[in-house]
Design a protein around this ligand. Structure first.
Ligand code: GCU
Length: 618
């Protein structure tokens, strides 16, 4: 059963009926807790730069000896028929442990952008009558073509959101042959665009599972605290018996049992007054409740925090109290001198501990795309507020309906995967996108989509700043972006003193205009090569310059009247192919406050001091 699940097409379907059972693939929330098989581990891999496995050199279909996905044991086939010609053999190809980007299993492939084949065999747990089977991929960058036992079972575009492909009718008891064609090539009509400031990391970058479900199962279960003090549950069932099913949402610790019957689309919306015993989630008290969602066929569990987030004028209110977001930006890249975008519980904890314990932070911007669910679940557990975003970044093809559908699908997939995560308070729809009419329309649609899918969080976007010099020479900073009217929180990427030759001493005198909504500095930063000291000249890329840049920028920030948070760019140096200074960069962006292997630069302590003072209420 071929199921084309372009994120965009799926997204369009979802947004027509955000919670009804859609014709598209399910969300399969909490797949990691379900019966099935972890497909991480040893895979064979074979590079295919001319896409020979997908089409012949005359652009016809690939020939017998070229289809990497054929259900064949090549060695056995050629022993049986010595004249047969195969120009591949996945069973005897080199092996790699997945998930990881291919740079991890072969560093010479760092700049390879193209098609790579991965294949493995597995025996499946026996399906009981009525059960269903899915292949679920947490992320494959950038497009994936999936074949099981020689049959195409689906495709997906988008490198940062999960997708599930039903294989109930294709799965066999033993010796299943699974082949994935991963193409990392970015597209001018894709999301993100081909030019970004981060490593593309082609490959299967997050875990994969065979997931087995009942015939009708709990596909989504969104539980949250509403601003008017109710606990609300939105549940979506998937399957032939999704409609008119009794569903119970139970939180035993609160003595809560919310029950209802799904509608014709298999969805249930129910709410009840929150009990007085409720302990609200916050960075200081990251309380999570065990939630059980039960139907007569299925039982799903999750751990959910309950809190409210809203704005009042220029304040951000967490559980009704004003808060300052003491944050930092983070890319999805683990510590180490040869990262492969391999986020595990341990590598995620190492990054987030530097934010929480290292910097005394309470906030993290997970830039510039949806991060691993491991990160967002850990933020729930550790008590860090999260900015989550989709990679509508720089020059996206804003006039292209295909690109819009893709972005909408990614946004919907991101929100549907993570809207149970109390840590997430901001959905961001864009980063530094130049202001044009098509861009305003494109982003306006994305903002509307967020509102339709999740009325419990705030919407933002990282905007470019406007700067002017007053007659007396004062530099006035602000935002002049029509999108601001649609946002809850205004976010500015501001780099005076780095991407300008302003003397650092002028930064504290720069004046930020008051805004009628909360303002966040979503980025500011300066590069420094760890260990490069230049106290006399204070050249850029020295640790001395970066330290002074932070001191002066924070002095400026302290005077911005409606600044309610910041996520400076960035916690850790990260791979960036655009950055090729032979001494200072070597293919890395050095704006990290910490080196790739975890060495804290002097500027780290400047930001920590600023946050400690904020934490103490100074
Ligand atoms: C931009 C962009 C980042 C980039 C950073 C930089 O604002 O959002 O992705 O890495 O600035 O120039 O270092």
């Amino acid at each position: 059963m071929g199921l084309k699940t372009l994120a965009g097409a799926l997204g369009a379907l979802i947004l027509l009926a955000p919670l009804a059972a859609t014709a598209g693939a399910p969300t399969l929330t909490r797949a990691d807790t379900r019966e099935g098989l972890d497909l991480s581990g040893t895979w064979h891999w074979s590079v295919d730069p001319y896409r020979d496995g997908l089409e012949g050199f005359h652009h016809g279909p690939p020939g017998l000896g070229h289809r990497r996905y054929d259900d064949v044991d090549v060695d056995a086939a050629t022993r049986a028929k010595p004249t047969a010609l195969y120009e591949y053999d996945m069973d005897r190809a080199p092996t790699a442990v997945l998930p990881q980007a291919w740079i991890g299993h072969d560093p010479t492939l760092r700049y390879y952008q193209g098609l790579m084949w991965y294949a493995r065999r597995f025996d499946a747990p026996p399906l009981k009558p009525g059960q269903r089977a899915f292949l679920r991929f947490e992320a494959v960058n950038y497009t994936a073509k999936v074949y099981l036992n020689g049959k195409s079972v689906g495709e997906h575009e988008g490198g940062f959101t999960p997708f599930s492909l039903e294989v109930t009718d294709v799965l066999r008891a033993s010796n299943n042959q699974l082949t994935v064609g991963v193409d990392s090539t970015a597209r001018t009509d894709g999301v993100p665009p081909p030019v970004t400031d981060w490593e593309n990391y082609g490959g299967v970058t997050r875990p994969m599972r065979l997931v087995i479900t009942p015939g009708t199962f709990v596909d989504e279960a969104w539980v949250r605290l509403t601003k008017d003090g109710k606990i609300a549950a939105t549940v979506k069932l998937d399957g032939a018996r999704a409609a008119n099913q009794t569903v119970h949402v139970r939180i035993a610790e609160l003595g809560l049992d919310l029950a209802g019957v799904t509608d014709a689309g298999g969805a249930l919306n129910a709410s009840t007054a929150a009990p007085r015993s409720l302990v609200r989630w916050s960075p200081e008290t990251p309380k999570l409740y065990d939630v059980v969602v039960q139907t007569d066929e299925d039982r799903l569990t999750d751990r959910v925090g309950l809190r409210t987030i809203e704005t009042r004028g220029s304040q951000i209110l967490l559980n009704g109290k004003p808060i300052f977001l003491r944050g930092i930006s983070v890319h999805e890249e683990e510590f180490g001198d040869n990262p492969a975008r391999t986020i595990t519980e341990a590598s995620a904890r190492a990054l987030l501990a530097e934010v929480k314990q290292g910097l005394h932070g309470n906030f993290v911007r997970l830039a510039h795309y949806p991060h691993s669910e491991i990160m967002t679940r850990l933020a729930d557990e550790m008590g860090l507020l999260v900015w989550s975003e989709i990679p509508v970044y720089w020059l996206v093809d804003f006039s292209n309906p295909r690109t819009l559908a893709l972005a909408r699908g990614m946004l919907a997939d991101n929100i549907r995967r993570d809207r149970d995560r109390a840590s997430i308070i901001l959905w961001s729809v864009a980063n530094e996108t130049p202001i044009t009419e098509p861009r305003n329309t494109f982003l306006g649609q994305l903002v509307d989509d967020v509102r339709a899918l999740d009325d419990s969080r705030l919407v933002t976007a990282a905007l470019l700043t406007a700067r002017k010099t007053a007659p007396d020479g004062t530099v006035e900073m602000g935002l002049n972006d029509p999108l601001a009217a649609k946002l809850d929180v205004l976010a500015a990427n501001t780099y005076n003193g780095w991407y300008s030759d302003d003397p650092l001493d002028r930064l504290p005198d720069m004046v930020w205009k008051a805004t009628d909504k909360p303002l966040v500095f979503s980025e500011f930063g300066a590069d420094a090569l760890a260990g490069f000291s230049d106290p006399k000249l204070m050249r850029k890329f020295s640790e001395d310059f970066q330290k002074a840049y932070y001191e002066k920028t924070l002095a400026m920030a302290a005077k911005a009247p409606t600044l309610r948070g910041m996520s400076p760019w960035i916690l850790k140096d990260f791979r960036a192919p655009r950055r090729q200074h032979p001494i200072y960069q070597q293919g890395w962006n050095r704006k990290g406050l910490v080196s790739p292997t975890g060495r804290r630069k002097p500027a780290f302590f400047v930001l920590r001091g600023f946050y400690e003072a904020k934490e103490a209420g100074r």
